[in-house]
Design a protein around this ligand. Structure first.
Ligand code: NAD
Ligand code: UDP
Length: 317
């Protein structure tokens, strides 16, 4: 099988590339390195089954030969990154998704979109099920990411309905693990880096907002299962082309996360409270009933184990 992975030099994309390479597939990565790093895919450079193309995916994508699947992961993903890169984020979600879909159509390949729980915005339904349409501020600072991903979902469904492209959409909930950048600003990497340095852990607001954290290897397993699910399965009237939540449904407050990181690192850091960012979702927890039924998938790595692996990584990084 030959896979094209956009954003394959990023955190999640590079873990997916590792799995695909280990299985003996051919892999072609497109990445402009705006938030990714060559070192994430360094071990594969020069391998005859691996190709790295440094390119902005909002430009025309050209690949020789057959392609089995196009997996579209390119996009800044951490709030700090997409707030710093608002136009690039909108462009990669819209123009980049259009180009990646065009490649899938041309090659008669399966297409998988990495969408996000952010399409639910600051949700009024808890936990979030795929049939919830969301509560997104279309002009707030986070809208560059949320609306780009909502557009990406819309154009993906349109390519399926109009052109018959065999599409999949995953809505990824907060995922963490090795290869996160220490400066990417997401809560797990921030807290671990701060705790290991003995600096204060920066809890935004009172820390009562919740998130549900999925370890990256669990996510990759779910992605591969959906990519390879080509049956006629229909759950609640929705076939495999409709979005699937992938995440860990065990919910924590951000204050609880901070305490757990301090405990697991043995740090003497204190916790300080900083202002809550605008439109920061108050709660987030995936309903994964659909993924369980469709893919027989559920995460296996709990927060303690996953944080342990991530702490070990940051100790070496
Ligand atoms: P990341 O920033 O580590 O990876 C994104 C990759 O895309 C980077 O390598 C970056 O250089 C590349 N990229 C960005 N714009 C590009 C462009 N125009 N052309 C080519 N390459 C480009 O982030 P991540 O956490 O690995 O996220 C990967 C995908 O998963 C994103 O689409 C993100 O929206 C989605 N996602 C991630 C999470 C999470 O918790 N990690 C949650 C929801 C959704
Ligand atoms: N957060 C925090 N301290 C930090 C970074 C983030 O309290 O140093 C909070 C943030 O306000 C949000 C949650 O942690 O409520 C998760 O933030 P993250 O940036 O990881 O991702 P989000 O889920 O907001 O996309």
């Amino acid at each position: 099988m030959r896979y094209v992975v956009t954003g394959g030099a990023g955190f999640v994309g590079s873990h997916l590339v590792d799995r695909l390479m280990a299985e003996g597939n051919e892999v072609c990565v497109f990445d402009n390195l705006v938030t990714g790093r060559v070192r994430n895919v360094e071990r594969h450079l020069g391998h005859p089954r691996f190709q790295f193309i440094e390119q902005d995916v909002t430009e025309y994508l050209s690949v020789d030969g057959e392609v089995s699947a196009v997996v579209h992961f390119a996009s800044p993903a951490s709030p700090i990154d997409y707030l710093n890169l608002p136009i690039q984020t909108l462009k990669v979600g819209s123009l980049g998704t259009h180009k990646a879909l065009g490649l899938a159509k041309e090659k008669n390949a399966v297409f998988l979109l990495a969408s996000t729980s952010e399409v639910y915005g600051d949700p009024l339904i808890h936990p979030q099920k795929e049939d919830y349409w969301g509560n997104v501020n279309p002009i707030g600072p986070r809208s560059v990411y949320d609306e780009a991903k909502r557009f990406a979902e819309a154009i993906t469904m349109a390519y399926h309905r109009k052109h018959g492209v065999d599409t999949r959409i995953i809505r990824i909930f907060n995922t963490y693990g090795t290869r996160m950048r220490r400066e990417d600003g997401r809560v797990v990497s921030n807290f671990i880096v701060q705790a290991l340095a003995g600096k204060p852990l920066t809890v935004y607001g009172e820390g009562r907002q919740t998130r549900s954290f999925c370890y990256v290897s669990d996510l990759v397993e779910g992605i591969l299962r959906l990519l390879r699910q080509n049956g006629d399965a229909v759950i609640d009237g929705k076939d495999i082309h409709y979005p699937v939540n992938l995440g860990n449904p065990t919910e924590f407050t951000i204050a609880e996360l901070a305490m757990e990181v301090i405990r697991l690192t043995g740090s003497t850091s204190e916790i300080i409270n900083l202002p809550l960012p605008e439109d920061d979702p108050k709660c987030r927890k995936p309903d994964i009933t659909r993924a369980q039924a469709l893919l027989n998938w559920q995460p296996g790595i709990g927060l303690k184990e996953g944080l342990g692996k991530t702490i070990d990584y940051f100790k070496q990084d």
